[in-house]
Design a binder for this molecule. Structure first.
Ligand SMILES: *[C@@H]1O[C@H](CO)[C@@H](O)[C@H](O)[C@H]1NC(C)=O
Ligand SMILES: *[C@@H]1O[C@H](CO)[C@@H](O)[C@H](O)[C@H]1NC(C)=O
Length: 359
């Protein structure tokens, strides 16, 4: 085999294995149903249950929320009130831009450059929630989520996140004990995932948002964490829409900017978009491969030209490979190659074919 071809194959194999390795988590996310770690509804007492809970509440009674400043718009004021009113015994912390930055600067100075460097404010709002959960523990709730009942039953798990349909997890409501290994890993990996992906929504989703969190979660589960390290999953019905659900979802979203609605839509359909991305990447990859193949062939054509082999083999034996190769070589290339053969004199189509066969 030619050395060029060998190198090409090896490089492609490496590239392919690298690609498969890097997207395997994404692909496996598509079929992850989170059943192994789901919080079963039978475990949760109903909102006004007479059942006496004996499970210790290990998550601290703190509710974290984020907004750019203290002036929360009217649309979310009601949702916020519903959580505060139901939990008078909980500590409530609103993480404004200024407060968030001060916190990072004081507690996680190694992250400050990344934090300041984020291009989109939503990335800071995303990342600060992981840091405060890892640091203080407690429950984080998005501003557009109101509370439908007290969160106490959820305090019995070392950490929980919310399942999204059809796949993955979200970062709009989650709880954790301080220093939980999952959230420690999340804050550790934020810097690594701080990359640009051309489109703002993909950048946001995959650097700090739900896609980022889902990927870390999926990889974290491979380690089969012990009970205290498990991340339990709040399923859709327990999240909202039912009388026993924990949250209510209020319309309007906390994403700002002129393409907020698009980003929000993208956020809800990230799985579809990821799939679309793979298909596009596949098409581009195929075109690249095809072009490369043509270019290699072109190079080969010119090399054969100089292989001066006398035409000693009878034309009948050559006819079939000739026809086959003619079919695979684009007309233009063939013509160029043959034309130059004519210019050189003595070298015929037959010798060209021989050179090719010997290779
Ligand atoms: C639980 O009790 C409160 C007040 O006692 C009531 O407002 C609420 O509707 C009850 N919830 C359910 C699901 O029955
Ligand atoms: C918060 O930001 C809004 C505009 O985005 C501004 O109108 C409001 O005055 C700010 N509130 C405070 C307390 O600075």
């Amino acid at each position: 085999m030619r050395r060029g071809l060998l190198i090409f194959l090896v490089v492609n194999l490496l590239l392919l294995s690298f690609l498969v390795r890097s997207v395997s988590t994404l692909l496996s996310l598509l079929i992850e149903d989170a059943a192994a770690d789901a919080i079963h509804r039978a475990e949760l007492p109903s909102p006004n249950s007479s059942l006496i809970e004996h499970r210790p509440q290990i998550i601290p009674k703190i509710i974290h929320q984020t907004y750019k400043n203290e002036t929360i718009p009217e649309v979310w004021r009601e949702a916020q009130r519903s959580c505060i009113d139901l939990h008078p015994d909980y500590e409530y912390i609103l993480w404004t831009n200024e407060k968030s930055r001060d916190f990072i600067a004081a507690e996680y100075p190694w992250f400050l450059d990344t934090f300041d460097g984020y291009k989109y404010p939503i990335q800071r709002a995303d990342s600060i929630r992981y840091f405060v959960l890892a640091h203080y523990g407690g429950t984080y709730i998005d501003l557009d989520d109101g509370c439908n009942r007290r969160l106490d039953p959820l305090l019995a798990y070392p950490a929980w996140v919310r399942r999204t349909v059809p796949t993955g997890i979200s970062n709009d409501a989650m709880g954790s004990v301080p220093q939980h290994p999952f959230f420690l890993r999340v804050i550790e990996l934020l810097q690594l995932y701080d990359r640009h992906w051309m489109l703002p929504y993909i950048t946001v989703m995959y650097s700090t948002g739900p896609l980022f969190l889902s990927v870390i979660w999926k990889e974290y589960m491979l380690d089969k964490p012990i009970e205290s390290g498990r991340v339990r999953i709040l399923m859709q019905d327990e999240y909202n829409k039912f009388s026993w659900s924990f949250f209510t979802h209020h319309t309007g979203n906390s994403w700002h900017g002129k393409d907020a609605r698009l980003i929000f839509w993208m956020g809800q359909h990230w799985m579809f978009l990821t799939f679309l991305g793979f298909v596009l990447a596949g098409i581009v990859g195929f075109c690249f491969w095809w072009t490369y193949g043509r270019v290699m062939l072109l190079g080969a054509q010119y090399r054969y030209r100089y292989t001066k082999v006398p035409a000693i083999i009878s034309p009948s034996r050559l006819s079939s490979p000739t026809r086959r190769s003619r079919l695979t070589v684009p007309t233009l290339l063939r013509r160029v190659s043959f034309k130059e053969d004519e210019e050189l004199g003595g070298i015929t189509e037959t010798s060209y074919e021989l050179g090719r066969r010997d290779d």
